[in-house]
Design a protein around this ligand. Structure first.
Ligand SMILES: C[S@@+](CC[C@H](N)C(=O)[O-])C[C@H]1O[C@@H](n2cnc3c(N)ncnc32)[C@H](O)[C@@H]1O
Length: 217
């Protein structure tokens, strides 16, 4: 899988289809960076989110992992004159090794898990569970298809189908349908402690904490 072919036009494609909605959703829980000491960003993409982090400011140590060298190049160019303490890692996340001195207390995965099959998402989430602290917050932004029925629901199903076909063709993603992220998270021992969405819960940002350790708002 590689997003190299679409990296340069990714933000424009996003804006044509969703206008500013994905940008808004990525930023719903941005303020959490203020209290974080170590931040992991998975599938960080072209660096627009890192740029937003730099605008609100943080002293946290940040690691941003992405398997696309073009995405990493764009992200580095967006962040090189910021004050962020960020290390870019160009690697498949499944091969990323957590070091003893980097245990993130905040993890962001924006529109990343929808690239994978449900079995792959479970493996990724289980790896995150093992490497998380009791207090780690995992912020996932992604699509969800609520119950069928409405006309807008039909439109969203068609849009989702087209997006997945497009990214399967050009980026070789393995997903054939949207993974059911809330279901997977609950079944792997995480509790949702905050949730905001747009377009009738089609575009979401959830904050998850390990069950038994979370403080409900
Ligand atoms: C749909 S894009 C989202 C990018 C960004 N998070 C955003 O919200 O704009 C998915 C990103 O995940 C990266 N990616 C896909 N598979 C990956 C993997 N196995 N390991 C690391 N990054 C991966 C892609 O290169 C791409 O940048």
């Amino acid at each position: 899988m590689s997003f190299d072919r679409v990296a340069n036009c990714y933000q424009w494609m996003e804006k044509i289809v969703f206008r500013t909605d994905l940008e808004k959703v990525r930023n719903f829980h941005l303020r959490l960076v203020r209290d974080a000491e170590s931040i992991l960003i998975i599938g960080g993409g072209d660096g627009r989110f890192l740029k937003n982090i730099s605008e609100i400011g943080t002293d946290a140590q940040i690691v941003s992992v992405d398997s696309s060298s073009e995405m990493i190049r764009l992200s580095q160019s967006r962040t090189h004159n910021t004050e962020l303490d960020v290390r870019h890692v160009c690697q498949n996340f499944q091969d990323f090794e957590f070091s003893e001195n980097f245990r993130p207390d905040l993890i962001f995965a924006h529109f990343f898990l929808d690239c994978f099959t449900e079995d792959e998402v479970i493996l990724i989430v289980n790896r995150l569970s093992k490497s998380s602290l009791k207090s780690t917050k995992l912020v996932i932004s992604d699509f969800f298809l609520p119950e069928k029925g409405s006309v807008s629901g039909i439109y969203r199903r068609i849009l989702t189908y087209v997006m997945i076909r497009f990214f399967r063709l050009f980026c070789r993603i393995s997903a054939k349908k949207l993974p059911n992220i809330p279901k997977i998270m609950r079944s792997t021992g995480w509790t949702c402690t905050a949730h905001k969405s747009l377009r009738d819960e089609f575009i979401n940002s959830w904050v998850w904490e390990l069950e038994g350790y979370s403080k409900r708002p």
